[in-house]
Write a protein that binds this ligand. Structure first.
Ligand SMILES: [Zn+2]
Length: 246
């Protein structure tokens, strides 16, 4: 009499675990030496993965999951970071953007690949939607294409929406905080969390035509507060004139 319920229970446990396999936790961002796990950062069509963020983990929805098309061969800006060294020491900062309109990862890819002077792919490394979900824009191991002539060592994060007058959702800013914590490498000399506008003001102090409102007044103020709370207020006083164009 007890056999049937037990077998049903075992079947239930099996199907439950089969339906929700644990996502891989990529530890390469916390490592100062190369690790096999960080190979995920160069995958063009990768599955979901997790990153450690303080005491918890956060999930990144991989390009394979959201149905990314391949990078556009004729598009610009698709250059990999060296793969023969630990990844995180190659990163110095995060730059935060907004997308002006609401985008899914797929519609953002469509825009970047079909705009005038098309990019090879989404210029940002991550897109955070209004529900606080993180989508992989381009793999971390590919240099970004989100801040003109200022992309090397610079991770691009975009929040979906227009935050010039409206605030992002609480879920978006909370996810941004967790993602920045996850990306901060313990062995690199970070110069902080930037907004697109603060990078351009630094880069082109005397050329307002290069300036931008991105990521909007409201989000810019929130990013400044976030950087302060995480002790990641930007340190750079100037951008190297010899920085490689990428
Ligand atoms: Zn921007």
């Amino acid at each position: 009499m007890s056999r049937l319920p037990l077998s049903l229970l075992l079947f239930g446990l099996f199907t439950l675990s089969a339906a929700t396999p644990p996502l891989p936790l990529i530890t390469g961002l916390q490592a100062c030496q190369g690790l096999p796990e960080q190979q995920r950062f160069w995958a063009e069509n990768g599955a979901n993965y997790r990153l450690q963020s303080g005491p918890e983990t956060i999930t990144v929805i991989g390009r394979q999951t959201w149905g990314a098309r391949p990078p556009l061969p004729a598009g610009r800006s698709w250059q990999a970071y060296p793969q023969d060294a630990a990844f995180c020491p190659q990163i110095q900062r995060v730059t935060v953007h907004h997308t002006h309109s609401e985008y899914t990862a797929r519609s953002l890819q469509q825009r970047h690949q079909t705009q005038a002077d098309p990019k090879a792919d989404i210029g940002y490394h991550f897109l955070i939607d209004s529900e606080g979900q993180i989508y992989e824009g381009r793999p971390l191991g590919i240099i970004g294409s989100h801040s003109e002539k200022d992309n090397r060592g610079n991770i691009g994060i975009a929040l979906s929406g227009d935050f010039q007058e409206q605030p992002p959702t609480r879920a978006q800013t909370e996810t941004l905080r967790k993602l920045v914590m996850a990306l901060r490498c313990p062995c690199s000399d970070w110069d902080g969390v930037w907004t697109h506008r603060s990078r351009k003001q630094l880069q082109f102090p005397d050329a307002p035509e290069h300036h931008t409102l991105c990521p909007g007044d409201v989000l810019a103020a929130e990013v400044e507060t976030l950087a302060k709370n995480l002790d990641l207020t930007p340190k750079s006083k100037e951008i190297s004139k010899n920085a490689p164009k990428s």
